[in-house]
Design a protein around this ligand. Structure first.
Ligand code: G4P
Length: 521
């Protein structure tokens, strides 16, 4: 039987080190999906290495693979879609954001807003995703809460609407004032946060003497916030004008239950979605889903290729034959999997908001739609402005076939963007990336997975602008600019720097030179 409980599908995003992995584990622990913190991300030696791919991930201590974690909380099914920790893989994060209905932004209380925090907020705004902000690490000395609110308002242009307010300064954390009920939620330190932290709720009248001074200060600030209109407003939150804020310590499991409650109470459920032609699919219409991520090489024992899709409408049933929108061909879903950390189990049913992985789905690419019933094609997942460019060629020309296959595969997965031009030919295309670490992944996988070691050579370009065929013609032969074509047909004009891009735009006002959404590092 399909599980029809209401869904919440979200991602946790942050600048690296703000505590994303810690919070993910704490959420899973709280929801009683797993019994020991660490089982999801497998930090340290808790998980055996299963492939070279993961060896690299482990050596660097970063999460490259994305997975979804599903658990039940207060009779809702919660889907937490994981994102990579390293900012070089931010393009991957942006894709994940196309598959969620809301995001939880973690901010390190000691550091405030960091470069990746700002970029991610912008991407959420671009995609219309409501964001809940969690100020994390409140158990340690940090910035003032009012100062942090000011930073959010000034730098992100979102109005912060705190739902909880800290009692006691960062580092001398007593708990929070629940601004919706006026209660004091008292914080109890636990050893390493390995168990569920007890949170004691009490009325203002029950606050003990030791906390009285900190409580009075918090109550004062709470009233000031209310007077200045920093209270939660559901409509403005969903419209992307405000961000509810709460204070937490993921390491100590404090605030985790409050966050889950907020997600259920405030975050949007899956809703109707429009296709490219404007056709709208309601969640209870026939089944449809779109692919937001393709990945292979996760398991060295067999060549696998997973296409991760988000269910948009209807009920998915394993074995159903659906239509692949971009080719019109039937697609059999015999091997669909649900994802749980790195464990995968066969999925029988899935509902709107759920993430399913199609095994060995050679035909599916990022952005592709599959559907049952009336045709629907969802808009493509946007790609972001690359800032790093390299030419790539096979070290051993005898392995050119493997080289071509590998580059094509990595292009389809979106590991890098592949750019070509008649001038450069197919033996030495240009790879474009948001972050330089993406090239290391290409090198690693081309050598080990596709058995064609490569030669990479840096190009002196830093800026890409979208142009068209006419623009490509007009810019031909100009100094400091080169036009190449992406596999999806888009023309990109590459410039050595912003100045030259601006100068060219002024000199050739009739040429289309459009900025792409900002990339990563
Ligand atoms: P990330 O996924 O966002 O990159 O961050 P991660 O969870 O790995 O956390 C980064 C560091 O911050 C870790 O310390 C983690 O223990 C610590 N941390 C996370 N949340 C909190 C919190 O609420 N309070 C405090 N005090 N620390 C927190 P580490 O020493 O780098 O790693 P580890 O050896 O402890 O895993």
């Amino acid at each position: 039987m399909p599980d029809n409980r209401p869904r919440r599908t979200f991602a946790v995003i942050s600048h690296p080190d703000a505590g994303k992995s810690t919070l993910t584990e704490a959420l899973a622990l709280h929801a009683r999906v797993i019994t020991e913190a660490g089982a999801v991300h497998g930090k340290g030696d808790r998980r055996a290495t299963v492939s070279d791919w993961m060896a690299m991930e482990k050596a660097r201590g970063i999460s490259i693979t994305s997975a979804a974690l599903q658990f039940v909380y207060r009779d809702h099914v919660v889907n937490l879609v994981d994102t990579p920790g390293h900012s070089d893989f931010s393009e991957d994060t942006y894709r994940v954001l196309s598959a969620v209905d809301s995001a939880v932004m973690l901010v390190d209380a000691g550091k405030g807003l960091e470069p990746q925090t700002l970029k991610l907020f912008r991407v959420c705004a671009l995609r219309g995703i409501p964001v809940i902000t969690v100020i994390n690490k409140w158990d340690r000395p940090g910035l003032s809460p009012l100062g942090l609110m000011d930073e959010i308002e000034q730098q992100i242009k979102l109005r912060p609407t705190p739902l909880t307010w800290p009692v006691g300064e960062a580092g001398d954390f007593r708990g929070v004032l629940d601004r919706r009920t006026g209660e004091f939620v008292k914080y109890t330190r636990t050893a390493g946060g390995a168990t569920r932290a007890p949170e004691r709720r009490m009325d203002a009248s029950e606050v003990e003497d030791v906390d009285a001074e900190a409580w009075a200060a918090a109550s004062d600030e709470h009233e000031l916030l209310a007077l200045d209109d920093y209270d939660h407003d559901q409509e403005r939150f969903l419209a992307g004008e405000t961000t509810p804020v709460m204070f937490a310590s993921a390491l100590q499991n404090f605030g985790v239950a409050q966050l889950l409650d907020l997600l259920l109470d405030l975050a949007p459920a899956p809703s109707e979605t429009a296709g490219v032609d404007g056709t709208v699919r309601q969640v209870d219409d026939d089944f449809s889903a779109f692919v937001f991520k393709v990945q292979s090489g996760m398991n060295s024992s067999h060549r696998d290729r997973m296409a991760y899709a988000r269910v948009v409408s209807g009920t998915f049933e394993r074995g159903m034959v659906v239509t692949h929108a971009s080719t019109g061909r039937p697609f059999a879903t015999k091997y669909a999997q649900a994802l749980f950390g790195r464990e995968t189990t066969s999925v029988e049913h899935a509902s709107p908001g759920d993430i399913i992985g199609f095994v060995n789905a050679q035909a599916l690419r990022v952005g592709d739609t599959v559907y049952d019933g009336a045709p629907i094609d969802y808009p493509p997942v946007p790609s972001f402005a690359p800032e790093h460019f390299m030419t790539v060629s096979a070290r051993d020309i005898g392995r050119y076939k493997q080289f071509r296959r590998g580059i094509e595969q990595l292009d389809q997965e979106g590991v890098v963007q592949v750019l070509r031009s008649d001038l450069r030919g197919d033996q030495s295309p240009v790879l474009a990336a948001v972050g330089p670490l993406q090239f290391e992944v290409v090198e690693e996988r081309m050598t080990h997975e596709f058995t064609s070691p490569i030669r990479l050579s840096r190009l002196d370009y830093q800026v890409a602008r979208r142009t068209d065929a006419a623009g490509a013609e007009e810019l031909k032969g100009l100094r400091g600019v080169e036009v190449l074509q992406r596999t999806d047909g888009t023309y990109l004009a590459l410039f050595t720097d912003k100045w030259r891009a601006g100068h060219t735009a002024r000199e050739h006002p009739d040429v289309l030179l459009e900025e792409l959404p900002a990339g990563g590092s």
